[in-house]
Ligand binder design. Sequence first.
Ligand code: PLP
Length: 398
Amino acid sequence: MRRVYLDNNATTPVLPAVLEAMQAYFAEHFGNASSIHHHGQETRAAVERARQSVAALLGCRASEVVFTSGGTEGDNLAIFGLVRSGPVQRGTARAGDHVISSTIEHHAVLSSCKQLESSGCEVTYVPVDGQGRVDPDDVRRALRPNTRLITIMMANNETGVLQPVEEIGKVAAQADVYFHTDAVQVAGKVPIDVKRLGCDLLSISGHKMNAPQGVGALYVRKGTILRPMLYGGSHERSRRAGTENVPGIVALGRAAELAREVFAHGDLERMAGLRDRMEQTILDEVDATGVNGAGSLRVPNTSSIYFDGIEGEALVIALDLKGLAVSTGAACSSGAIEPSHVLTAMGLSPERARGSLRFSLGKQNTAEDVEFALALVPSTVARLRELSPIYNKQAVSR
Ligand code: PLP
């Protein structure tokens, strides 16, 4: 059976050139990068080359790149590294610290903020408008004398909506508050320049940009003192203890190089063209549907579409049975399907949020893949709606 994967915001396949680059670092060049002998020197050089490549992708110095195990660790290190710093009681936030975040963050940030709240720190979650955008003026208004950190994502994982991070960076700089942005869904899709963004910390994840799962990086602006989360050796300039994941780091470095080539060759325009064609055809062929965040700037690969009268999970399963992999933003909690916090924050009703699907393209997707999706989605939605008494009742009154 033909299978088409349009869930690249969940994870991406490792590109052949990335796999080739990392393969030599399992058995051939296996040294511990901290060893002083030949084997260690070889892997140390590979780690430092990868650091240069990641730095070139982000527009920073190599010494400002800290390798992590992925986006979740980068987000946690940024948040707990700063907010817990200072004269803290062991394991708790310094009472009185204030953090500004948003209602649409990934759980890697939201759950970290909840954890801070449970240990005495106050967090303000700024809202988004109907198009999924944070207003930088809301961030400015949320500032307090004790605000320690602003953590607001660069692009949302469900809608792909790009946030006005450059403006937020200016707000942070004027107030002299640290600014972290989760750029996990941006790296490899839109060029990043940390200097232009004005952020102090920025996290990326390998497996969202064609490197493997379990590796990532955090940009830490020179001079930012982070309290580490892991204690051990003095790896990563004492910011992240633990023997380096050399094959993963080499892969991330290679993926960063390839991402820059993609920007140079205009391949992202091709991806945006495929995404736009897919969206427009679905909107033309299916009633009672729309694109979440369509009025905002978005990363070129992501499309979040609501289908009224449909349970998103049922549609995901029906499409999967026919070979198409997409996803919902819903989370399953204690057996019940919770609507996506991102879509409800944008003002969607719980029903409309539950009836939303995320299509996310990757570098490997072709025009034929989009045709395959278009051959399935309208007919599958129509079949599920035929079975939906609620939709049919509403249709009579439409
Ligand atoms: N931040 C965002 C916006 C994400 O989309 C994800 C993964 O879905 C993460 C953080 C977590 O990254 P990782 O899976 O590398 O821990």
